[in-house]
Ligand binder design. Structure first.
Ligand SMILES: Cc1cc2nc3c(=O)[nH]c(=O)nc-3n(C[C@H](O)[C@H](O)[C@H](O)COP(=O)(O)OP(=O)(O)OC[C@H]3O[C@@H](n4cnc5c(N)ncnc54)[C@H](O)[C@@H]3O)c2cc1C
Ligand code: SF4
Ligand code: SF4
Length: 936
């Protein structure tokens, strides 16, 4: 028995998790391997890490670090302790006007680039996962991407590193005395590293091999080039840690030298008759200075051809291949001279098709959509229950065409019909994607045999690297010796033994004595709910989920559904299944805000909120569904009772106090209704009567949401009146629709679909009539309601499905920009405003419009970098207040750190109430601000 209480006493009770449900939720990274940790631990400080090292060695239990868990080779999963870094370790600082950046391992890589952008700089490493992965993983995998090549990876741009060795020693290479301290504290280690360096330098063949291998991208084994590129033991050691996949030390902080972020870009797609012609063109494009040259075989183009506007791709012959090429520059003149040279070059090639080399950002985005959509497109169309396998090798440019052709033959031999090949051709670095299941032994054997042939081809025939970017992991560990040969392999083993003698850091990764390790612990993906079956467990959705630090992330919700499905087939695991089934409702369902932000980040567009709504719906009894439908049918009456309740509540709050009123509620109401405690911030609803304007003379129809009608106040000022006043100032006539309608969101989000759909259909019926059958635009004043009316046409009856296409339902933000702003006279005030774009605003892609509206009113308007989903989810924040607290922790501390603002603006009343609770600031609709600065 592992004495977890010892660790808990050192790290804190809530930081050591052994609950089987939560441990199983962390059993997946983005690879096709699956290992269940015995505990998940969230250390906060370097002393926590030292305590963990001590514990691991005393209890003989291994440790694996996990940053964002987007690794593809199985290096971020563990059977021992999985050490989560995503909850803390997130501070960073831009240094020397952006020339350098320092950071902790839990910082999302893309956040660094956002912070560096104003300085015209970016970090060198540019993995495609940059907006999801974290810097600990970027460094420990030595990740790279389309433009970074070898020269700009973390190894070559490292300025300093702070790390902890398994012995507990903390070293920081930014310390001017670091070398002396290292020699003094760890003389044996320093001596041995020096000796290894000497041995390598005295072995010409090995020296030559190392130099040759690191001329191109290579993440197989340890970064032996450190012995060649550096002299002092500490410099060697710190560079050995880059790409060491958490098997040698814990990286607690690093400083990278940044690279210039070119302002100007010119992008084009070139199609060749065959892969050979495409490959022969690469060196000339490279010599001309192309920053990105992405190769796509015909199968890749086929996988994406229906999703692009370039319809001619569908007509390309079977052997065709394309290069997506981008040139970048800081000066206009450089691009002009390039353009001329490029035209000459293109004339010399027999191209099947080519787009112009464009500077238009929209056209560039359309071209990159083709390349970036490849992996997800295969993931999204794969057969149910199959796994996506992505491999990543590099060969020299001279043999690239031959390697692609041979690989295509291998796919034929092993019947991987859907396989695609693409990648960073400039670096000879290719990826391929295949899909298959691991449910049957013959399927595993098929993968095993395919890999044997692949390894022989890449290593023996082309002297390439089996992994160029994604790390050795478990996937290629059995082949490190095959690729590097026995002498280099002996050095790898000696290094590991020297630094981690007990072998407790990420065992089985990079080095593995088991020649079959790559076909063990394979992940099966049992079929579950159709809305999430296409999930590839990549983890891209995790960083924006409001419940990520409280309960589960979207990926983990899906991982657990799959785990329950696996357990159902194993009678011996019935007890465990029961535990998971009991835990799932709170961790997965109650704490999901169903905001659907996960879908924005998901490469296959999965909205895990839909899964949650479906499961909530299934858990609602028929009686509850029927009751909800009855209430929906009596919505005007329900609204009146609600207003009465609010008035009584407010009266009770003033006369008896919040505590007493909650006691009374518990005594009399809790047995009958599921009600939250009285929220003291709720305003007293005042009667607001819609104005009877004929739609014949109106410019727009006003759909005031039930939330705004009843809770939308700033002091005594109801929002509908503010909107009317603004419209009057702008000379716009609004026709109100009557009270007693609702978009259905309060019901639908709880899984009460029939009631939700009833109300939504009723609202569309009414909007159809009032908008003069779609002639007038419909303004909605609460963003989640706008989204609800517009999204998910499945819940609408056929008539309304066709009406919704003709109706122009617009959010107040779009309305204000289009109808109000051009007709208002504004007197902007000298003030600062914080802007919170709620989830529905993000989903509608109108956060910039919201910011520009607020910017028109004040001298300084800002969206906090930490702004995400508030987790309030309409009313969920009243039942699960910890969700809002957790979701807004970062934003609240960001607001606390900054000097306070004069206005706090949003466009959803319930989110504003949640924001108020978490930040202790008064949040209101931006429309109040617009009203205040606009002249009558
Ligand atoms: C769709 C998709 C596309 C991808 N594209 C690319 C690409 O273009 N290029 C590329 O290189 N990779 C790519 N990857 C793989 C992966 O995203 C990157 O390698 C990324 O850098 C991993 O970062 P992470 O935060 O997810 O690390 P994790 O997966 O959490 O961890 C990676 C490794 O780092 C170790 N580690 C983490 N933190 C520390 C620390 N503080 N100290 C020591 N060790 C630590 C872990 O133990 C693990 O071995 C892709 C992945 C996906 C799913
Ligand atoms: S809907 Fe929101 S809370 Fe639910 S899983 Fe997705 S991001 Fe997380
Ligand atoms: S839901 Fe989407 S983003 Fe999240 S893990 Fe699955 S595929 Fe990746």
């Amino acid at each position: 028995m592992i004495p977890w209480e010892i660790l808990r006493s050192q790290l804190g009770e809530e930081r050591v998790i052994t609950n089987p449900t939560l441990c199983r939720a962390m059993a997946s990274d983005a690879s096709f391997y699956h290992l269940i940790p015995q505990a998940v631990v969230y250390p906060r400080s370097e002393s926590d890490i030292q305590a963990l090292f001590q514990f691991s060695q005393t209890e003989q239990i291994p440790l694996t670090f996990r940053a964002a868990g987007t690794s593809l080779s199985g290096q971020a999963i563990s059977e021992g302790i999985l050490v989560g870094l995503a909850r803390d370790w997130r501070s960073f600082e831009v240094l020397n006007a952006g020339e350098q950046v320092s950071f902790q391992p839990g910082v999302v890589a893309g956040h660094l680039n956002a912070a560096l952008k104003p300085c015209g700089r970016k970090i060198g490493p540019d993995p495609a996962s940059i907006n999801a992965c974290m810097m600990g993983g970027v460094l420990a995998n030595n990740a790279s991407g389309m433009c970074c090549g070898v020269a700009q990876n973390a190894y070559h741009t490292l300025a300093s590193l702070r790390f902890i060795l398994p012995s507990g020693h903390l070293l920081d290479t930014s310390d001017p005395d670091a070398e002396q301290l290292f020699e003094a504290e760890l003389p044996e280690l320093a001596k041995e590293l020096r000796l290894m360096r000497q041995e390598i330098h005295e072995h010409p063949a090995l020296l030559q091999l190392i130099r040759q291998k690191y001329r191109q991208k290579n993440t197989m084994g340890y970064s032996l080039n450190a012995f060649v590129d550096f002299e002092t033991p500490l410099e060697i050691l710190s560079h050995l840690l880059i790409g060491s996949e958490g098997t040698l030390a814990f990286i607690s902080k690093a400083v990278l030298n940044t690279v210039a972020d070119a302002r100007l870009k010119m992008t084009g797609l070139l199609v060749f008759q065959d892969i050979q012609s495409a490959c022969y063109a690469i060196p000339s494009l490279s010599t001309l200075g192309a920053q990105a040259i992405e190769l796509m075989d015909r199968a890749s183009l086929r996988a994406i051809e229906l999703q692009t506007e370039l319809e001619w791709i569908q007509a390309l012959p079977e052997a065709a291949a394309a290069l997506l090429v981008e040139f970048q520059a800081h000066e206009e003149t450089s691009l002009h001279s390039l353009q001329a040279q490029l035209e000459d070059l293109l004339k010399s090639w027999p191209l099947l098709a080519a787009t112009e080399f464009t500077r238009d950002q929209k056209k560039q985005a359309e071209l990159w959509k083709i390349r970036k959509g490849l992996f997800p497109s295969v993931g999204a169309v794969r057969a149910q229950g199959t796994t996506v396998i992505i491999e990543d090798f590099a060969v020299s440019l001279e043999v690239l065409a031959e390697a692609v052709t041979e690989l295509q033959e291998l796919f034929q031999r092993y019947a991987y019909q859907e396989a695609i090949i693409f990648g960073h051709a400039k670096d000879g670095n290719l990826h391929f994607v295949i899909t298959q299941s691991f449910n049957q032994p013959d399927q595993i054997q098929r993968y095993h045999d395919f890999m044997a042939d692949l390894v022989a081809m890449i290593v023996s025939k082309f002297q390439g690297a089996l992994k160029a970017e994604h790390g050795t992991g478990r996937n290629m560990a059995p082949f490190v010796e095959t690729e590097w040969g026995p002498e280099a392999y002996a050095l790898f083993k000696r290094l590991k033994k020297l630094i981690d003698p007990m072998g407790f850091l990420n065992p089985g990764v990079i080095l593995n004595d088991d020649s079959q390790a790559h076909v063990q612990n394979l992940k099966t993906l049992p079929v579950i709910e159709a809305v999430v079956d296409q999930c590839i467990e990549c983890g891209f959705c995790e960083k924006q989920c409001p419940s990520r630090n409280l309960s589960l992330t979207p990926r983990q919700r899906i991982v657990l559904r799959r785990e329950m499905q696996r357990l159902k087939h194993d009678p011996a695991q019935a007890g465990l299944l029961k535990v998971l089934q009991e835990d799932y409702p709170y961790y997965a369902l109650d704490t999901c805000a169903t905001d659907g932000l996960c879908a924005l980040a998901c490469p296959v567009k999965i909205d895990t909120g839909l899964l949650v709504k479906q499961l909530r719906s299934e858990s609602c009894s028929d009686f509850k569904q029927a009751m909800a439908l009855r209430m929906a049918k009596q919505f005007p009456l329900l609204e009146k009772s609600l207003r009465l309740g609010l008035q009584w509540g407010k009266w009770g709050h003033h006369t008896l106090g919040t505590h007493r009123i909650n006691q009374l509620k518990k005594l009399f109401l809790d047995a009958l209704f599921d009600l939250p405690d009285w929220p003291p911030e709720w305003p007293e609803p005042k009667p607001w009567q819609p104005l009877a304007v004929s739609n014949l003379s109106a410019d727009a129809v006003y759909f005031s949401s039930c939330i705004t009608r009843n809770l939308g106040y700033e002091a005594e000022n109801p929002l509908p009146e503010v909107l009317h006043r603004l419209c009057k100032k702008a000379g716009i006539k609004l026709a109100d629709i009557p009270m007693g309608h609702c978009c259905g969101l309060p019901f639908g989000s709880k899984g009460l679909h029939e009631a939700g759909n009833y109300l939504r259909n009723q609202s569309i019926d009414m909007l159809w009539q009032h908008s003069d059958f779609g002639r007038l635009p419909v303004l909605v004043d609460n963003s989640p309601c706008t989204w609800q009316l517009l999204s998910q046409p499945e819940g609408l009856n056929p008539e309304n499905q066709s009406r919704i296409q003709k109706l122009r339902i617009i959010d107040s933000i779009v309305f204000a920009l289009e109808f109000l702003l051009p007709n208002l006279k504004l007197q902007p005030i000298h003030a600062k405003a914080w802007v919170h774009p709620v989830c529905s605003v993000q989903k509608m892609g109108i956060e910039d419009q919201l910011l520009s509206l607020v910017s028109a009113c004040v001298t300084q308007a800002e969206i906090p970098q930490a702004a995400g989903c508030c987790g309030f989810a309409g009313d969920r924040g009243y039942w699960v207040p910890e969700l809002t607290q957790s979701a807004l922790k970062d934003e609240a501390s960001a607001l606390e750190l900054q000097s306070s603002a004069d206005f706090y603006c949003s466009s959803s009343r319930t989110c504003e109430l949640g924001l108020e609770r978490a930040t202790q600031k008064a949040w209101h609709s931006y429309l109040y601000l617009l009203d205040r600065v606009s002249e009558a």
